[in-house]
Design a protein around this ligand. Structure first.
Ligand SMILES: [Zn+2]
Length: 687
């Protein structure tokens, strides 16, 4: 149910006035108001400012900030301050300091620096949330609560190790069951006591470097990844529960980071009242890669709209090369988020700080201190537009006939695997299918393995290496009832604990796919095999499954190597539906052709000027920079056209409508001109 205080997209973002003299605050308020800012996120890193010792709390500065912002007529997104541990707490309670992957215990510094299983953290962070909720419960302009900030990282301390043993005991019940699932007889790893188990890191099972860790024992590393994600979730829930006890109808969330590998956001989603995301594309990241991330966030809460909690107005300062967003690009990316379901446009940060590592990160108010900057003016433009848009897009949804299944457990398992290829990256492979749909303007939901798939026309599960309990049955029923299912090489190998399903690959999916995969060959990065389909040659890259059909039909065969002539693409009729196996990694062009010519998928009503609708075009590249999506409610359908290039582009209005950014009217078939980085949101009637 919509909060009646939120009558338009919240516009604003992180504001840290505690870093400045209070005398400067009134001028900040004036500039922010004039830029259209109506919501500020405060108190993100103020733990040290508020809690000065075990029992000493001082809210006076926060009270002043709250009063200043409230007097300026702004809404507040209230953070719980616990994203960085106070120095005194770190000194006095060393259990709160994390231990690194290499066993080194941190001293004080950084942020997101608390051990999630530290008794001190579990005592003081919920206490802070409760005190804040009690203090500000009656404040009418707090529209959301923002727990911690960008949860991240892992800890390998003694407290985490002890908690991990308990987590394993809950999961497996007996040590014998654990030994079986982890296949602990390998390398003499039999555990006789829960206390034999230690955290998997570079001192025990893992090697390489932290961000690309390899492991000698997939079972323990996979469970530790799950356990750490669960531990941080418990920290979040500690605070969430305290706020809810005081303010039951509070909107509570935390800012996620898109396709962030270390935390299973799908498991967190039930505890987020609304999903929230920080959108920081890297320099040169494709619009489809960004779109994938935005749709992943949209999928967390069943397609419901979400909040863009942070983006930079101009520059992200942590890259090697920190390019500024070109004129128009901040606006374009703001509307790209909206096009993929965002119901807010928020920034980090409102004002540039004068010291430490974010002083050169973009801000609405620059160091110069006035509004006569390009960035300020562009923010003001978006602010005015959102004011005019009001609530008409709020809570509209994207209708999708197609889905991509995405799963964090599978992600960890694929990339902990020793073989077949370290070049086989889960998110990269999934994004290839997504990019094909993105270029074809096909709306797609990105959903978890647990989601209901029965309503979709076609479901893709690239690299479905792990088959969780009940998954094979669910997929068989889905296809039996007429669904189309597409999976790929290196699928169906293991159960949820990375234990191989014997009897031939793809294991539990063999019956549905009607094939047996005998071998999987990995190709060096500079080598390709090939196959021919739709009267074209396509590349086979990274891995090549050597497939025998067992009921399926081969649609294409390999052209080279000892497995030349054996199937690479197969289709199995199963009940009223079909199951496709793509035994390799190919080009975007192949995936697009597969979707159009074999699967008969349909993009949204959209055309480039003077051509047939692009979904049926062969010349994909010429439209690749016009992104198009749809949001709708019962009465209206909104077509988003986003020009990601510098050049003017023209598209054809699918029906009579009005551009809600300019109020310009179009008839069906009219040409719509999109300036470089331009945006049009065409509202049409659904009646
Ligand atoms: Zn720890």
């Amino acid at each position: 149910m919509r909060d009646e205080r939120i009558t338009k997209f919240p516009f604003g973002g992180d504001y840290n006035p505690e870093q400045w003299d209070p005398e400067t605050w009134p001028e900040d308020m004036k500039l922010l108001r004039e830029a259209g800012v109506d919501t500020v996120t405060i108190n993100v890193f103020s733990w040290a400012l508020i809690q000065k010792d075990d029992d000493v709390y001082d809210f006076s500065i926060l009270d002043s900030i709250v009063r200043t912002v409230t007097d300026a007529g702004m809404n507040i997104c209230m953070a719980t301050a616990t994203a960085a541990v106070p120095a005194w707490m770190s000194r006095k309670h060393p259990d709160i300091r994390r231990v690194e992957w290499n066993g080194m215990r941190h001293t004080f510094g950084g942020r997101e620096n608390a051990c999630p299983n530290s008794p001190t953290m579990r005592k003081y962070s919920p206490l802070m949330a409760r005190k804040l909720a009690e203090r500000y419960a009656s404040l009418p302009n707090i529209i959301a609560w923002h727990v911690s900030n960008e949860y991240s990282g892992r800890c390998y301390c003694e407290n985490c190790t002890k908690a991990f043993r308990e987590w394993l005991r809950d999961k497996y019940g007996t040590i014998e069951k654990l030994n079986h699932e982890w296949n602990a007889n390998f390398w003499g790893h039999t555990f006789y006591d829960w206390d034999d188990i230690v955290a998997p890191n570079i001192l025990s099972e893992e090697f390489g470097d932290y961000w690309n860790a390899r492991t000698c024992f997939q079972g323990i590393s996979l469970d530790y990844a799950r356990f750490q994600s669960d531990s941080l979730l418990r920290n979040y829930r500690d605070e969430y529960d305290e706020i809810k006890k005081v303010i039951p109808d509070a909107l509570v969330t935390t800012n996620l980071m898109g396709a962030y590998k270390e935390i299973n956001y799908q498991k967190w989603a039930p505890y987020l009242d609304i999903a929230a995301h920080d959108n920081y594309p890297w320099d040169g990241e494709s619009e489809s890669s960004v779109g994938f991330t935005l749709d992943l966030i949209r999928g967390l809460k069943g397609g419901r709209s979400w909040w863009l909690m942070e983006q930079t107005p101009s520059v992200s300062n942590w890259f090697v090369n920190c390019s500024v967003k070109r004129p128009g690009v901040m606006r374009l990316l703001s509307y790209q988020a909206v096009a993929h379901g965002a119901d807010s446009v928020m920034f980090f940060q409102m004002k540039r700080s004068v010291g430490a590592c974010e002083k050169y990160h973009g801000a609405v108010i620059d160091h110069v201190g006035h509004g006569e900057t390009r960035v300020y003016r562009e923010v003001q433009t978006v602010g005015k537009e959102l004011e005019r848009l009001g609530d008409q897009l709020m809570e509209t949804v994207t209708p999708a006939k197609y889905a991509i299944l995405f799963d964090w457990d599978n992600w960890w398992a694929v990339e902990y695997s020793a073989g077949p290829s370290a070049y086989l990256k889960y998110a990269d492979e999934v994004k290839k299918y997504y990019e094909a749909m993105h270029r074809l303007h096909i709306s797609v939901d990105i959903i978890s393995y647990d989601s209901d798939i029965s309503g979709y026309d076609t479901v893709f599960a690239p690299l479905m290496y792990m088959i969780k309990p009940g998954m094979a049955d669910k997929l068989e029923k889905y296809v039996q009832n007429g669904g189309h299912f597409v999976t790929t090489a290196f699928s169906g190998y293991v159960n949820e604990n990375d234990r191989v399903t014997v009897g031939g690959y793809p294991g539990e999916l063999k019956k549905l796919m009607g094939i047996w995969v005998e071998e999987i060959d990995a190709l060096p990065q500079d080598k390709e095999n090939h196959f021919r389909l739709f009267d074209k040659d396509y590349p086979a890259r990274i891995v090549c499954d050597v497939i025998h059909t067992q009921g399926a039909v081969a649609l294409a065969d390999y052209k080279e190597d000892f497995y030349a002539g054996s199937p690479v693409i197969t289709c199995n009729s199963f009940g009223r539906g079909r199951a496709y196996y793509i035994g390799t990694s190919s080009s975007i062009e192949f995936y697009m052709d597969l979707m159009l010519k074999e699967l008969g998928m349909e993009g949204i009503e959209f055309a480039e000027s003077g051509t047939v609708p692009c979904a049926y075009r062969q010349d994909y590249d010429s439209v690749k920079y016009v992104e198009s999506t749809v949001r709708e409610n019962d009465s209206a359908r909104f077509f988003f056209y986003l020009n990601h290039s510098e050049e003017v582009k023209r598209v054809i209005a699918p029906s009579k409508g009005i551009d809600i950014l300019t109020d310009r009217e179009y008839s069906g078939g009219d040409e719509i001109e999109l300036a470089g980085y331009g945006v049009v949101i065409l509202r049409t009637s659904k009646a």
